[in-house]
Write a protein that binds this ligand. Structure first.
Ligand code: TRP
Length: 376
């Protein structure tokens, strides 16, 4: 390690700071299951973009988490392209490649090791109470839960604690997973001494953005999404078909604004606040048609997406850029996780056990010299 020892402290009474000094770290990310959409934006992408320059920021492409619901060879083969799309979507959304470390989870085997070392620190009933897991099992059409799915939050805790994240901006579904990461980090530190950083949750701005069909949250599997990469015409078509107030059969019938998906999106994405206020007032009074409200929404969403389209075109023109970012990012993230695992093994005493065995073994003549204890 390049950390310099403080002057004049031959034997420190307090345990060493588990973390080398440096900027605070942020971790967020997604499974590579499809293009990013407005729901991702409202849930965590907006926070990532807003905050990422203030931290050393890591973005995980969580392909091991994808295995909990999609695990065929074809699913895995598709992740190379999807990972590239995710990075391009993120850059388009406003992440600066100079300030973002993108990495592929499955290319860091130490993540699995961290996950294993955490498994004794949480109970099965605690995991069974995590609401998102039942939802994911249901969405995947599974009537019984895979062991991997039950362990989803533990693997996520391994991502977070392995990187040593100080802050984790995620959407509402993922908030309980961050809480689990906090719990296991505290338990680890209590049992083995201060080793892991206890992360803070940065919650998303909107409680899960509703889908265009008004039926639950925006999700690819429900087919009710507007992608950040949708062209303007497609946005207009999707908005024109959006669910609004079903009781409103004519433009002169007073409509409900509260909870109406069309207005939820106006509130979230229309930068012309005066226009939104005016439309709401006319809608309540039965003085505007749904068609006009939707046309203005489509225009607002397109205004919101236009800078992303420009950035995407620019980044796409630089061929191989996303791939390069993932490869170098993965190398950097791996070094971080390796450091954490070594610290965990030391804190738990595994390192000492093996060096003790090594030190006391019968040394066969001609046996190769042993290396440092830290390798194991
Ligand atoms: N669970 C996240 C999702 O819903 C993906 C993820 C995996 C993640 N590991 C993470 C998010 C660590 C934040 C931090 O797709």
């Amino acid at each position: 390690m390049s950390k310099t020892a403080p002057a004049a402290s031959p034997a420190r009474a307090t345990p060493p700071d588990p973390r080398a000094p440096g900027p605070l770290r942020m971790l967020s990310g997604d499974r590579p299951t499809g293009r990013l959409h407005l729901g991702h934006y409202a849930g965590s992408l907006a926070n990532r973009v807003r905050l990422h320059r203030s931290y050393q920021s890591f973005f995980i492409i969580a392909d091991l988490h994808m295995l909990t619901t999609k695990n065929t060879r074809a699913d895995i083969a598709a992740t190379a392209g999807l990972a590239r799309d995710m990075v391009l979507d993120s850059l388009a959304a406003g992440l600066d490649p100079q300030h973002s470390v993108f990495y592929l989870q499955s290319a860091i085997p130490e993540v699995a090791e961290v996950s294993l070392l955490l498994q004794s620190l949480i109970t099965v009933p605690r995991l069974e109470r995590v609401p998102s897991l039942k939802e994911m099992a249901r969405d995947a059409g599974a009537d019984e839960m895979a062991y991997a799915l039950l362990g989803y939050p533990v693997l996520q805790a391994a991502d977070i604690l392995g990187i040593g994240a100080d802050v984790v901006p995620v959407g509402r579904d993922n908030a309980p997973h961050v809480e689990i990461a906090r719990e296991v980090a505290r338990r680890f530190n209590h049992l083995y001494g201060p080793t892991l950083t206890v992360p803070e949750l940065i919650p998303g701005g909107t409680p899960s953005l509703v889908g265009t069909d008004g039926q639950g949250k925006m999700s690819k599997s429900a087919g009710n999404v507007i992608y950040l990469s949708d062209p303007p015409e497609q946005v207009r078509r999707k908005v024109a078909r959006m669910y609004a107030d079903p009781g409103r059969v004519r433009a002169d019938v007073p409509g409900t604004v509260q909870g109406n998906p069309v207005f939820v999106y106006h509130d979230e994405f229309n930068d012309d606040r005066a226009e939104v206020a005016g439309l709401k007032q006319r809608y309540r009074a039965g003085a505007v048609g749904d068609a006009e409200v939707k046309e203005r929404l489509a225009a607002a969403i397109n205004r919101f997406l236009d800078p992303m389209r420009e950035r995407r075109a620019r980044f796409e023109a630089s061929s191989g850029l996303a791939e390069e970012l993932i490869v170098t990012g993965t190398e950097q993230a791996r070094r971080q996780v390796q450091q954490t695992v070594a610290g965990m093994r030391r804190a738990m005493g595994f390192t000492a056990v093996f060096s003790q065995l090594r030190g006391s073994r019968l040394s066969a003549p001609g046996a190769p010299a042993t290396g440092g204890a830290d390798g194991i």
